[in-house]
Design a protein around this ligand. Structure first.
Ligand code: DX5
Ligand code: ZN
Length: 219
């Protein structure tokens, strides 16, 4: 099944709870939560206390995307504040095996992400355990950037690797996804679609429904 994961980085933080309720009621299945530490990426976003408060707003899947250096330090903290799925960057750690074990040991789903310049091949050794591959389609760090076309081939490579693994592994795309290019990502094999500015810019409920319609129609 194709899944929409609106990225709250593009929400109006003065109305965050309300805007999450809007995407929830319009049918989005996941809430994508970008955590940035100002080291792995230049910007700083939000962390555990915000996620903990948002947990009271919705029962939808909290898909936490950690853009932080040495994510092994924080798996317990993000699990405790309500994450359902935790994705970390392969570039940010030398302890990916241990992190996957930690996430799974807490009963959560585990994803690993690759930046645009990192080949998906870097994840081959984890395909027997991974729940999701996150292919970044912009340089991580900011919302509102343009989709990098060369990443479409990486989405295809990720889907191929997932199929070869012979288990159910989600392929997520994140960055620059719009109603105009989402079909490209879906056709390349992505099934979890992150969208920030294209959902939260303008009529949030209408945007969410328009994305869900595209997600239903493709594949
Ligand atoms: C970027 C984040 C994305 C971002 C996507 O580093 O990981 O989730 O919010 O925003 P858009 O959809 O505006 O590119
Ligand atoms: Zn993200």
């Amino acid at each position: 099944m194709n899944i929409l994961a609106p990225s709250i980085l593009a929400a109006d933080f003065a109305m965050l709870g309300e805007q999450i309720r809007t995407v929830d009621e319009a049918g989005a299945q996941y809430i994508h939560i970008d955590v940035m530490d100002g080291i792995f990426v230049p910007s700083i976003s939000y962390g555990m206390p915000v996620i903990k408060s948002l947990r009271r707003v919705t029962d939808k899947v909290f898909d936490v995307h950690l853009m932080i250096e040495k994510p092994e330090r924080y798996i317990g903290a993000f699990a405790d504040c309500g994450a359902d799925s935790i994705t970390f960057h392969i570039e940010a750690t030398e302890r990916a095996d241990e992190i996957l074990e930690d996430i799974h040991g807490r009963g959560l789903k585990a994803g690993i992400s690759v930046k645009p310049d990192t080949p998906v091949e870097a994840l081959r050794g984890f395909m027997d355990r991974l729940d999701m591959i996150l292919v970044m389609t912009v340089e991580p760090g900011f919302g509102g950037q343009a989709y990098l076309d060369f990443c479409t081939a990486k989405v295809e490579a990720a889907r191929k690797m997932a199929e070869e693994a012979g288990r159910s592994i989600d392929v997520q795309v994140d960055g620059g996804i719009t109603l105009d290019n989402v079909e490209t990502a879906l056709c390349a094999g992505a099934n979890v679609i992150v969208a920030g500015s294209s959902v939260f810019g303008g009529d949030i409920a209408a945007n969410t429904r328009a994305f869900l319609e595209k997600l239903r129609c493709t594949r």
